[in-house]
Design a protein around this ligand. Structure first.
Ligand code: P6P
Length: 336
């Protein structure tokens, strides 16, 4: 990959990365520029949410049975509008939409399928905690005008790109096309994303775990034993949990850590969704040298059966994910 100094704009990064791929048509660059535009619009609205009466529930319930916040609706519409007219997508899947969103007849379709959680962590909106947009991009594998479920119900290894935009103290877009993971921070004074986190890595051991421990008594006893084994003072582990997947994942990507959302009797398949949460973050984790598992198999090897399928998720530094998988298989390690 070409050498990019800090301060490179996202546009320059995308154009120069495209030039490194002679067969590139420019459609993916256009798609990601539209994602960046939508991210800027959502960021501006999130920053003003407290003032603009955008906090609080909008009243509806989405397919997940969750109370939909007004910003969820705004984010969903903004990303759909930014992508549907650009001639680069043949379908859109969203956490906020029951079924596939087709590209309106008035617009050309393109070769990409865009899956998103438009505003993950939205239950945290009125606490000013980090929230974000998570997205996954497949190249279509079907013919015809409109994309179908078959275009996205595939192994995550077939993704061409994945990323997220975290709306926190700053707005950071993190993405990968498989060759490294890079972060771009928005300078709202000029409306540009600048390269700020080149080649983020999840390598080496970690001593930070991230989970909702209130549910721990409901987990597999072997996982409970693994968690308990971390708490010997000499081991120096710490706990960090925001309750917003994109915020928890971003902290772990920048500082190291392992995130767990295990199944419980109430959520036997876990809470998080394969298509637009687990798969894109697993794509990023592996591209950064980390790992992501459902407890038995790599997330990227699984094929979702439905658009909104859920999965258990263990993701972050590879050594910690491997320990969790081993504990669920063989029981917790003895840390003599
Ligand atoms: P819990 C937010 O509602 C979310 O979908 C993810 O962003 C987050 O990781 C998870 O749920 C938090 O779930 O059960 O800990 O509140």
């Amino acid at each position: 990959m070409a050498h990019f100094e800090e301060g490179t704009t996202l546009d320059r990064f995308l154009l120069e990365t495209m030039r490194a791929h002679p067969g590139a048509t420019g459609q993916l660059v256009t798609l990601l520029k539209q994602v960046a535009l939508a991210g800027k619009l959502v960021s501006a609205r999130v920053q003003r949410a407290g003032l603009a009466g955008m906090l609080g529930a909008a009243g509806g319930m989405n397919i997940q049975g969750e109370f939909v916040q007004k910003l969820d609706i705004y984010a969903n519409e903004t990303f759909k509008r930014a992508l549907e007219h650009a001639g680069v997508c043949c379908m859109i899947v969203s956490e906020e939409e029951d079924g596939i969103v087709a590209i309106p007849e008035a617009f050309e379709v393109g070769e990409y399928c865009f899956s998103m959680d438009p505003l993950d962590g939205s239950s945290n909106i009125d606490t000013n905690a980090s929230i974000g947009t998570i997205f996954a991009v497949h190249r279509r594998c079907t013919d015809g005008r409109d994309g179908t479920a078959a275009d996205v119900l595939r192994r995550g290894r077939e993704l061409v790109c994945a990323g997220y935009i975290v709306y926190g103290a700053g707005t950071v877009l993190v993405l990968s096309t498989g060759e490294g993971v890079h972060g771009f921070t928005l300078d709202p004074s000029v409306g540009e994303f600048f390269l700020s986190h080149r080649d983020l890595r999840l390598s080496g051991p970690t001593r930070a775990y991230s989970c909702n421990e209130a549910y721990a008594a409901q987990w597999d006893p072997r996982l409970q034993a693994w968690l308990a084994s971390l708490k010997a003072p000499a081991l120096g582990w710490s706990a960090r949990y925001i309750g917003s997947l994109v915020g928890d994942f971003h902290r772990n990507l920048v500082k190291g850590g392992v995130f767990l959302y295990p199944p419980t009797p109430k959520a036997p398949k876990g809470k998080l969704r394969m298509l637009y949460e687990a798969q894109p973050l697993a794509f990023l984790a592996e591209a950064a040298g980390g790992a992501a598992s459902d407890g038995t198999a790599p997330i990227l090897d699984k094929v979702p059966a439905t658009l909104h399928e859920r999965t258990p998720l263990y993701i972050g530094n590879a050594d910690a994910v491997a320990e969790i998988v081993a504990a669920l298989r063989d029981g917790a390690p003895s840390r003599a």
